[in-house]
Write a protein that binds this ligand. Structure first.
Ligand code: NI
Length: 137
């Protein structure tokens, strides 16, 4: 780790107590690591809110028997191929498919394609997880 800076902060004792209990629960190695994680989380959220370039994964579960559903999902991805890095398809059982789609692009564009895919009728559940290209943190 380079250029370590030290700083002290003041915090209400109740808040500190709760935070340290959480740090224990989450197995953060020490208080510094806990604070660093929260800082990075805030910075990643800021990238997202500023519509910067981000990466993420969109996870979908759907019934592939549903008429034209697979075609519709593929078609939406082709329409936005510049945002799609890769797709992993898992046949969960006779009826259900799991798809994990890696995406990269401006936050608003990524959100838009995620919303479009999640809105397709027959998609049972889905979630977009946004993270960072890691350039600043
Ligand atoms: Ni399948």
């Amino acid at each position: 780790m380079s250029n370590l800076a030290r700083f002290s902060i003041s915090v209400e004792s109740d808040l500190l107590e709760q935070f340290l209990a959480l740090a224990d629960k989450r197995s953060w190695r020490n208080r510094s690591e806990a604070i660093r994680d929260l800082m990075r989380e805030a910075l990643v959220r800021e990238e997202w809110e500023n519509d910067e370039e981000i990466v993420g994964t969109l996870t979908l579960v759907y019934d592939h028997h549903r008429r034209e559903l697979s075609d519709r999902l593929t078609s939406i991805q082709h329409d936005h191929h510049e945002l799609i890095l890769s797709t992993l398809h898992v046949h969960l059982d006779h009826d259900n498919c799991l798809e994990v789609i890696a995406v990269r692009g401006r936050a608003a564009q990524v959100q838009q394609i995620a919303d479009a895919l999640l809105a397709v009728r027959g998609v049972k559940h889905g979630r977009l997880t946004a993270t960072t290209l890691g350039r600043r943190i």
